[in-house]
Write a protein that binds this ligand. Structure first.
Ligand SMILES: Cc1cc2nc3c(=O)[nH]c(=O)nc-3n(C[C@H](O)[C@H](O)[C@H](O)COP(=O)(O)O)c2cc1C
Length: 320
């Protein structure tokens, strides 16, 4: 049976809101007019301290855009995207028009199926390497969105990154405004539909892990665990920088995360350095020969954990 246009758009929006966002802020807003969907940055949900320029928020919106388009394909529809179409309205990040039908391929169905299963995994991973075949799949997923992945294994560059992540964690830890902002987006009542719920936070590490994941200022009910020795680090890079490239990077990141999920891989984000301006510069320099670095991922084989809540489509559509 062919789904009605309204049901197609609703299902595409349900997929869009499953995108990852910093602290699950969900900084997006959608306006729907028939077959036309506008995606806007919602400044009310941008992290004032950690992300004052909304760079990470635009990555999240890029991820939402990617989900939306992939879900349309999963429903055998074609979504044409106009990226940042209005110079005078830079918060209008994309306009998607549902323009026709074409049967989805197996790989499109696989990606669409992964949207509801993908989640951030802050638990330890296995000490099992991510092989060349899996890396090629992730890389081509990012490329399909106009972004690139740089895989960083044991090397001088790896150690530089580990040092920058540590430094960022220390600097953020001393920043009371940052700590306050973090606390606002953590936990809360059971019916809260945004923020990071306590059960999405991983265990403390036994000993000092090589790659420091973000500290969440909550009493951690889980017993401490040993983390993997040396997770694969992956940078998402683009050829240019600025808001448009933030959105492209977010879409590339998300397509790679969906491909990872469908391969049984887990991921989390050691993105603390991007929230400290001089350390963001340091990461930028580390990848200067590859392009503009937008975010870092830790990718490996982990035990699955649950997905986190989202605001409903009704709460993110209409007039802002
Ligand atoms: C740009 C960006 C940066 C993020 N940085 C971090 C981070 O540094 N540490 C972390 O634990 N999670 C980070 N996350 C993951 C979000 O907290 C997560 O996406 C959100 O809580 C929703 O959960 P889900 O990914 O499981 O759906 C980041 C996500 C995005 C999109």
């Amino acid at each position: 049976m062919i789904a009605s246009q309204t049901s197609v758009v609703t299902q595409a929006l349900e997929a869009a809101v499953r995108a990852p966002s910093p602290f699950n802020t969900q900084p997006w807003w959608f306006s729907v007019d028939g077959n036309r969907i506008e995606l806007r940055l919602d400044w009310r949900r941008v992290l004032e301290v950690a992300d004052p320029d909304a760079r990470e928020a635009r990555l999240a919106c890029g991820a939402a855009l990617c989900n939306l388009r992939i879900q349309l394909r999963g429903l055998d529809r074609i979504g044409l995207v106009d990226l940042m179409p209005d110079r005078d309205d830079p918060d209008l990040l994309a306009v998607v028009r549902v323009v026709g039908e074409r049967p989805a391929t197996d790989s499109e169905h696989k990606l669409a199926d992964a949207i509801g299963r993908r989640h951030t995994n802050r638990h330890p991973f296995l000490d099992r390497p991510v092989g060349a075949g899996a890396r090629a799949t992730l890389a081509s997923a990012a490329r399909a969105e106009g972004a690139r992945l740089v895989f960083v294994d044991a090397s001088e560059r790896y150690d530089q990154l580990v040092g920058i992540i540590r430094m960022a964690e220390q600097r953020l830890d001393c920043d009371e405004a940052y700590r306050q902002e973090t606390r606002y987006w953590l936990d809360g009542p059971l019916d809260r539909r945004d923020g990071v719920p306590i059960d999405a936070v991983g265990p403390e590490s036994v000993g000092d892990p090589l790659v420091r994941l973000r500290t969440f200022y909550l009493p951690n009910p889980l017993p401490a665990r040993r983390f993997e020795q040396q997770p694969l680090l992956v940078a998402v890079v683009t050829t240019g920088k600025g808001p448009r490239y933030d959105v492209i990077a977010g879409a590339g990141m998300q397509r790679a995360l969906l491909a990872a999920c469908s391969l049984g891989l887990s991921a989390s984000f050691p993105s603390q350095p991007f929230e400290v301006p001089d350390l963001r510069e340091d990461v930028t320099k580390v990848f200067a020969s590859d392009g503009q670095a937008h975010t870092l991922l830790r990718i490996g084989y982990g035990y699955p954990v649950g997905v986190t809540p989202r605001r409903s489509v009704d709460e993110v559509t209409g007039t802002p």
